[in-house]
Design a protein around this ligand. Structure first.
Ligand code: COA
Length: 257
């Protein structure tokens, strides 16, 4: 069903909205597939420079795996995401090559928090509950169990996973999972404002920064500093345009090349 994911575009910004509010935007198989397709489209489209990932309704950003359609419901055997033939949704998002801003309008649980972890920047609603309840429902949190202990102090990450404790947006900000906490009705506007700021900057520079940051994860510093991944802004026309616009006291007109 196409309507599970709403795809909109404003200038160079792609807005992807999880649209299953009646199930708190839980990740059905269809929604996962639509999201993977949408992020691969973003990666391939030179006209898209930033993504905002949002959830429909006022209750949840995303309630994680759809517990009404998993193996428990179908009786299928499932070895788990680490044995999947294709990359995980969260890996595809992290590998988009363009900045991704999560607009966390409400609860982000399980795969909902994993969507936040795969994004680059998070704006969250006051009162949003965030956490990993996989241990409460017999799942594994495959992506978060690797990424969360590297993103925040591991004692906090492991406590969250072992207990299933939900933290609020302020605590998430304290641990660095969230950039900004705003009133629920302002989350999307705030995310869009940040997206417009980013889209006003040289796209190749921004994409280079993201690729360097992502691809250097885990490398020794000396090796990371010799990485040459992502588009090369140093050789771009935009580099000349940026300097010219500054000297001529005008806004640059980026070409993305
Ligand atoms: N999968 C399938 N359906 C889900 C769901 C999920 N992960 N999360 C919520 N729903 C459904 C509920 O079953 C309910 O459906 P019903 O009306 O047929 O009973 C509907 O969405 C509303 O859920 P409810 O719990 O009443 O909403 P809420 O606004 O009070 O709370 C949450 C929102 C997200 C905090 C809560 O739904 C929740 O904790 N969900 C489960 C999260 C979870 O454990 N995910 C799995 C991680 S592996």
């Amino acid at each position: 069903m196409d309507h599970e994911l709403i795809i909109e575009t404003e200038g160079a910004i792609r807005i992807l909205t999880l649209n299953r509010p009646e199930r708190r935007n839980a990740l059905s198989r269809t929604l996962r597939e639509k999201l993977i397709e949408a992020f691969l489209d973003v990666r391939a489209d030179p006209a898209i420079w930033v993504v905002v990932l949002a959830g429909a309704g006022d209750k949840a950003f995303c309630a994680g795996a759809d517990l009404k359609e998993g193996p428990a419901a179908s009786g299928r055997r499932d070895l788990g995401p680490m044995h999947a033939a294709a990359p995980l949704l969260f890996e595809v998002i992290a590998d988009t090559g363009k900045p991704v801003i999560a607009a966390v309008n409400g609860a982000a649980i399980g795969g909902g928090l994993e969507l936040m972890l795969a994004s680059d920047i998070c704006i969250a609603a006051q009162g949003a509950k965030i956490g990993l309840t996989e241990a409460k429902v017999g799942m594994g949190a495959a992506y978060a169990s690797v990424v969360l202990p590297r993103a925040i102090p591991s004692a906090i990450a492991l406590e969250m996973m072992f207990t299933g404790r939900l933290i609020d947006a302020d605590e998430a900000r304290h641990w660095g999972l969230v950039n900004k906490v705003v009133a629920a009705e302002e989350v999307l506007d705030e995310a869009m404002e940040m997206a417009r700021t980013i889209a006003g900057n040289a796209p190749l520079s921004v994409q280079r920064m993201k690729e360097m940051a992502r691809k250097s994860e885990g490398l020794p510093r000396a090796a990371a500093l010799r990485l040459d991944v992502g588009p090369n802004p140093y050789l771009s026309e935009d580099r000349h345009e940026g300097a010219r616009a500054f000297l001529e006291k005008r806004k640059p007109v980026w070409k993305g090349r």
